[in-house]
Write a protein that binds this ligand. Structure first.
Ligand SMILES: C[S@@+](CC[C@H](N)C(=O)[O-])C[C@H]1O[C@@H](n2cnc3c(N)ncnc32)[C@H](O)[C@@H]1O
Length: 245
């Protein structure tokens, strides 16, 4: 029923998953070698037909992909996928799309979603910038989630940070009026950069008040590394920016 091709190549190990992306000079990620467990690898062959979406399939018909119409939540860079899975479980009335380039994380999420019998989740293993520009319809997202994006601390790498004025405007076109862009980070400098970019982004209001960080909303689960950070006295900053109606 779903003809989405498997993203990857056949090599001496059998099938090796590879993220989809278009060539560009600056990327917000490096493809990490990251070892895959046999279960993560085989998840693609077993679960991709149910959960996978391809960048190269072009504009997404979300209602057709999910077999129903429901508010759509999109998360960029879900890592190992545990918090996205918890949210999809906790909000069965919403449809969730995750985008991630790290194959072991995608494999893990595919397996865990299948084990939990989740039906309101679909996944791209691709560069989010490409998926946003080629696949996601304008004014289609109720919420856009970006949690703990790579901070790129070195000054010379900061152009790789995904949060930039042009990215904010891309997110704005994809949100429904009143839709929310939710960002979180545990790097104070990146938090300040996010606040600067978002406070100056046309068409958004800060739900917490001008230049204020937000309380973590209940729907965002605390991750393991965030718990550890809290014990060590590290901060976490949430930002909630609503698109003007
Ligand atoms: C620091 S990790 C955080 C992962 C997860 N959100 C968490 O809180 O554990 C950032 C993730 O974003 C992914 N990423 C970065 N740029 C991306 C892009 N353009 N498209 C898709 N994924 C991206 C990376 O592969 C990485 O897994």
């Amino acid at each position: 029923m779903n003809a989405t091709p498997l993203p990857g190549i056949e090599d001496e190990h059998g099938f090796t998953p590879r993220p989809e992306y278009k060539k560009k000079s600056i990327r917000s990620f490096v493809i990490r070698a990251g070892r895959m467990t046999p279960a993560q690898r085989s998840a693609f062959e077993r679960q991709w037909a149910q959960y996978g979406l391809s960048l190269f399939s072009g504009p997404l018909d979300a209602d057709a992909a999910f077999g129903r119409s429901a508010p759509l939540v999109l998360e960029v860079g879900f890592g190992m996928g545990d918090s996205l899975l918890a949210m999809a479980k906790a909000e069965p009335d919403k449809n969730f799309i995750g985008i991630e380039v790290h194959p072991p994380g995608v494999g893990r999420l595919l397996n865990n979603a299948a084990d939990a019998g989740i039906t309101n989740l679909r996944v791209y293993m691709a560069d989010a910038n490409d998926v946003l520009s080629d696949c996601i319809a304008e004014e289609s997202l109720a919420r856009f989630q970006l949690y703990f994006p790579d901070p790129w601390h070195k000054k010379k790498h900061q152009k790789r940070r995904i949060v930039q004025p042009a990215f904010a405007q891309m997110v704005r076109t994809k949100l429904t009026p009143g839709g929310v862009f939710h960002l979180a980070t545990d790097w104070e400098h990146y938090a300040d950069h996010m606040m600067e970019v978002m406070s100056n982004a046309e068409g958004f209001s800060n739900q917490a008040g001008e230049y204020l960080f937000a309380e973590r909303p209940d729907y965002r689960p605390i991750t393991k590394f965030e718990k550890r950070g809290e014990r060590l006295g590290h901060g976490v900053w949430d930002l909630l920016f609503e698109k003007h109606a």
